[in-house]
Design a protein around this ligand. Sequence first.
Ligand code: GTP
Ligand code: MG
Length: 567
Amino acid sequence: MLSTRGLENTLPLVSQQTIVVIGRESVGKSQLISSLTRLAAGETNFRGSTVTVEQYRSADAIYIDTPGIFRQSDTDTTRRALEALQLGDTVLLVVQATQLDEDLAEMLPLVQSRQGVVAVTFWDKVQPGEAAIEAIEKLSTDAGVPFITVDARQVTDGIRTRVNASLNAPGVFRKSALSVRAGWRIEPKAGWLEHRVMGPVLAIALLLVPALATIFGANRLADVLNPIVAAWINPLIASVNATWPSWTRVVLTAEQGQFGYGLLNMGPFLLVWALPAVLLFAVILGAYKASGIVERINVALHPLVRPLGLSGRDVVRVVMGFGCNVPAVISTRACSGCSRGPAISAIAFGAACSYQLPATLAVLSAAAVSTGGSAVLLSIGFLSYLLVTTLVYLRLTAPKVASSPLNVLMNSRRPFMQWPAPSALWREARGTLKQFFLQAMPIFVLICVVASVLARCGVLDFCSSVLGPVVAIFNLPAESALPVVLASVRKDGIFLFAAENGLAFPMTTVQVLTGVYLAGVLFPCLVTALTIARETSWRSTGMLLLRQALFAIGFTLILAWGGRLLL
Ligand SMILES: Nc1nc2c(ncn2[C@@H]2O[C@H](COP(=O)(O)OP(=O)(O)OP(=O)(O)O)[C@@H](O)[C@H]2O)c(=O)[nH]1
Ligand SMILES: [Mg+2]
């Protein structure tokens, strides 16, 4: 994060000072820091997007970006922001021009008697004119600190100089409540999502788009990529088997019965299925977050998710879980205390991450090939069952206080819609690629190597024979024990249900659905479980895992035996 780029032409700060940037949610704190320092900061258009206190160093200042403060609620992020307030010499209070009086009334008591400056963002939404400028001057005089009006997305050198000059000579916030007011309030226009009946329907449809587009896109891409990757990898496998030392075969091309566990057998699955799906989902969700659609979806869905113990603003976090559960769980810091538990449960149980989903789809299309069914129908059947069981799970497990109709839980106001900047999409894609190659790939390689070595030593046969009777209660063949166990470490363990040209072992359609469902929901992956423990406590994580496993077993039994009767 260290950088000294870009500030040469502007008035520098006199000495390196620490500036703590605070304000309510989504007022443009991260965006402003990014524009002032010319460093990429994580700014997206949904409330509570910054969940950690982060430092940005420029040549002459350290900016401390804080999560948005939500004073009516007990969010963990608000606590972190209030603690960070003590860190800086100078406070840069960010308030949104469109709701100026409200922001000042809410924030001034927190900064009283500190030295600082006020940045009024979203100035582009205010009718320019002398009256507006005069109102700002009056507020500045009354508050005792400089006010600077900006469009935080377009900070010119002139504005940068003004901000630095003000930070060099800050005032002191002398009042906790001002005696003058700006007197205006500008609301974002209502759209289709705000329609009383159509709104929630559209919101649900929009929520399904990323998942469906990912399924469709990943299926199509896999059709194109599969032959290319196979043409490249099959001769390599043949050459390894024919000429390479035997120990390399254990790791690279090991086979168990019909099925290759080796790295070269399994690797293409990851590239053909997981990578495109992960990327596609990240870019779509990135566009949703940056445009503000996701926040409007949250507002529209608020009444519908209330009986599940969630507030509308938690929905985006569950949806983020379809990318990767880990950042989604961390982002629940911005949930209120009583809905955080249900939000984490929903992510751990129902948010099929971008590794689980493609792995599941790959297995379902392998099943479709083997049984002559339709991969799309199977995928829709799987997703529907996952959705329904997640809703039942939440409804039955949400604490009474969270789902009580008397507890309205906080919800946000609708944001201004914006065109997503290409840089925001690129940031999502880059972050996802980095995560894929640096975190997911090494663990996937490890899973393959461990599985190959275990297969070689006969441990897999042994496990299958021990766990075989256990999975038999779900009407599953003994071989399915391994993918289920490995999926509890990483969700792409589900890939082990599939082989190069179909299923790894014979299964009926219902058995395939049962297998991928059980492997998907029995436990969250290991990294998610550890993250939940770090964010909450070991004890409550233990309880959550146990509860999830029990519900998963119940739902799987219904699917296994009910499905057998129906299909
Ligand atoms: N039109 C306009 N949009 C802005 C302005 N400042 C920020 N935005 C947009 O508002 C959205 C929220 O900005 P962020 O910088 O993430 O806000 P934040 O205060 O850091 O939000 P949290 O971290 O969630 O509290 C982004 O989509 C920004 O591009 C502004 O001055 N004008
Ligand atoms: Mg932020």
